[in-house]
Design a protein around this ligand. Sequence first.
Ligand code: ATP
Ligand code: MG
Length: 552
Amino acid sequence: MAEESTSKHFIEQIIDKDLEEGKYEKIVTRFPPEPNGYLHIGHAKSILLNYGLSVEYGGDFHLRFDDTNPTKEKEEFVKSIVADVEWLGAEFKGGVLFASDYFDKMYEIAEKLIMKGKAYVDDLNADEIREYRGTLTEPGKNSPWRDRSVEENLQLFRDMKAGKFEDGAKVLRAKIDMASPNINMRDPIIYRIARMTHHNTGDKWCIYPMYDFAHPIEDAIEGITHSICTLEFEDHRPLYDWVVTEAEFPHPPKQIEFAKLYLTNVVTGKRYIKKLVEDGIVDSWEDPRLVTIAALRRRGFTPESLKTFMKLVGISKAQGSVDYAMLEYCIREDLKPKVPRVMAVLDPVKLIIDNYPEGVTEEIEVENNNDLPGAGTRKVTFSRELYIEREDFMEEAPKKYFRMFPGNEVRLKGAYFAKCTGCDKDENGNIIAVHCTYDPETKGGDCATRKVKGTIHWVNAADAVNAEVRLYENIIDEEKGKLNEDGSLNLNPNSLVIMKDAKLEASLANAKKEEKFQFIRMGYFCVDMKDSTPDHLVFNRTVGLKSSYKPQ
Ligand code: ATP
Ligand code: MG
């Protein structure tokens, strides 16, 4: 495993300085998802960062839903997000929090701004507001309604709340500076009229606060000290500071931005993931080819592997894409010393040992995991008929092929040396069985007098367990470009291959959902949590055994 860096990242340095200067007594961080989709690996980074800081500094971590935009929000997403955060092991203080719990307080602050002369009701429509806003190179213009009196503004805002106006007829805007070089500061809208039923507040409100106004208030109410977000909010920071200052919070939180996590060869970004789900290209938000947290879990990733991954990636302000292979490396390293190594044949063909007595079954002792001291051994059955991988036999072998071909001797993993004698075919020329003879003197797979170059795995045919095994590749092949010419995603047609007739060693008969194994030579696998049943086991390949990533 790569050395963990001991130097502190820039956010820790900011917190250290704030603590030194006595700015805050206790560090409080939060994760503020919008419940409009499942969380993905980028969110995992944010959760682990925020939660990790709260642990490191002995503070608190909050989970708060940013549910200020009711049209896009769904109860299903709230549930999945809570489950994901819990699965990652991020303990949140004070239960699940909702921005909508603070709607009253936000309204109160809006009135306060009006009374301070810092907010006004505007009658311009959306197009006019856009026109008046100016551009990056040209300043904006003041709205003709900008100089309404405090009394008039207050009355109009109350009327907005009381439902006296149509949706979109008026807005409440912060009165800042229409000439500001930062467009976010050109009198941003802070309340809009929209008759939407909210999952939490029902029809109580027909006006809703805008994100840039609501978010800093949510943070401040909860006593968040460091409000960590991604770089796209950097330009919004002056507005964040304006809101908490004008609202006169005694210990205003501080916004800090870091770079989003992107991975190669997969789809990050809620918008794209949502489209794959809606277009039916994947089976759900939990399809193991996705990098939603739920999908990663289903694929067989562990919270530990994600934590290690985030440590390797680090925290920075520089945008970039991380190689998916690095994530694979982390799960491999995590599972290697943890999970049992078993035998499973994914694409089976019969192997008949012609000189092995019929009707005899012997038990062979094999190691559970030679990288885990004390993992012990188990017994697997062995008899005259086994299954081996179809690709472990060739009638005519090229050079450097050391597996089964007529005349060649291989080791049947943990059992015996076996010499291939030929194969049977059906009328179409398909191979239906491979034949061999074994050497009873080589029990355990060792022989003092001669060596073999190939070792293959096998499963006893008589008591093999049937299973469906799903093999995955990255959903996008980035070498060919992430997008097609028409802007659609360039999908890899082989991202899912289903092996319907896999044969597993008998010890797997009772494998439980989410249980993880190494299938010797084939990779790491876990029992699918959605589709697997005791009568029809389904396994997902989490990752193969070979790595293209090497830690520095
Ligand atoms: P997406 O970009 O996928 O649509 P989002 O930013 O709209 O995601 P939110 O629910 O609004 O999703 O974000 C919750 C938190 O997660 C925010 O603080 C956001 O900055 C952070 N976050 C979102 N995507 C990433 C990412 N790729 N890497 C790190 N943090 C992220
Ligand atoms: Mg968002």
